[in-house]
Design a protein around this ligand. Structure first.
Ligand SMILES: Nc1ncnc2c1ncn2[C@@H]1O[C@H](COP(=O)(O)OP(=O)(O)OP(=O)(O)O)[C@@H](O)[C@H]1O
Ligand SMILES: [Mg+2]
Length: 237
């Protein structure tokens, strides 16, 4: 059953799969700590790509489909925290499976651009590097949830955790909301996640681009756009 399921995933996978010639879709993920500017930059890149005539689907993790959004509420509300980081990783993977199956893979097969606010690297940084969940287990969950539907490009928005925290605090003060289960964690933990993201980028330079997210919003957007142009559209600015 699982084997058949994985085989089906590979048949429908994007990227280097046998069908890649007829799949014009591109899959971009935005990663980084709390308040790094992921949501802001996704909005900006989506607008720019649409302006160029591309069909763009923006989405987020955990979430993106009704079932995955329900799991998001459990995770970010903190209800799964007492179960431990491994159980949380399983819930993230369950949400991701539905997200990939029902939203990401069909959109890519349709030739759309998919921009996701967080994806598997977040699981490796949060549940792996700072949650103590075994990396091999996380890799196995990736194979199950994602198969070969891997991002063509990943932006790691990098900034000191304290600056990200200050941005989130300002946003929360404006909306009157409480911090979520991960936002509430201490700065030292967020700095270790920052290091984990940079380590991933170091291991996978073909997929990952590290962006200095301390810059002004427009400058971050400029760096993002230049990377999309050169890496995915094979043009220069
Ligand atoms: N380059 C920037 N400089 C200063 N402020 C920024 C910049 N980019 C975004 N912001 C602001 O910082 C806050 C956090 O940005 P955003 O919500 O895009 O980050 P995020 O990475 O999606 O955060 P979260 O992890 O909480 O979802 C927002 O209020 C946003 O307006
Ligand atoms: Mg966000």
């Amino acid at each position: 059953m699982v084997v058949a399921r994985l085989a089906a995933r590979d048949r429908h996978a994007g990227g280097d799969g046998a069908l890649s010639g007829i799949m014009a879709g591109r899959f971009i993920t935005f990663e980084g700590g709390e308040g790094a500017g992921k949501s802001t930059q996704i909005r900006r890149l989506a607008a720019r790509l649409r302006h160029e005539g591309h069909v763009v689907v923006t989405t987020r993790e955990p979430g993106g489909t009704p079932a995955a959004e329900a799991i998001r509420e459990i995770l970010l509300g903190g209800r799964a925290k007492p179960l431990g980081a491994e159980a949380e990783a399983l819930l993230f993977a369950a949400a991701r499976t539905d997200h990939v199956d029902r939203l990401i893979r069909p959109a890519l097969a349709n030739g759309d651009w998919v921009l996701s606010d967080r994806f598997t690297d977040s699981t490796h940084a949060y549940q792996g590097a700072t949650g103590g969940v075994d990396e091999e287990l996380l890799d196995a969950l990736d194979r199950l949830a994602v198969g070969r539907t891997r991002p063509n490009l990943t932006f790691i928005l990098d900034l000191p955790a304290a600056i990200g925290r200050a941005r989130v605090d300002a946003r929360l003060a404006g909306t009157g909301q409480a911090p979520d289960r991960f936002e509430a964690e201490d700065i030292a933990l967020h700095e270790r996640r920052r290091a984990a993201y940079l380590a991933i980028a170091g291991r996978e330079p073909e997929r990952c681009v590290v962006i200095d997210a301390e810059q002004a919003e427009g400058d971050v957007a400029g760096d993002v756009w230049r990377a999309v142009l050169s890496r995915l559209l094979h043009r220069t600015a």
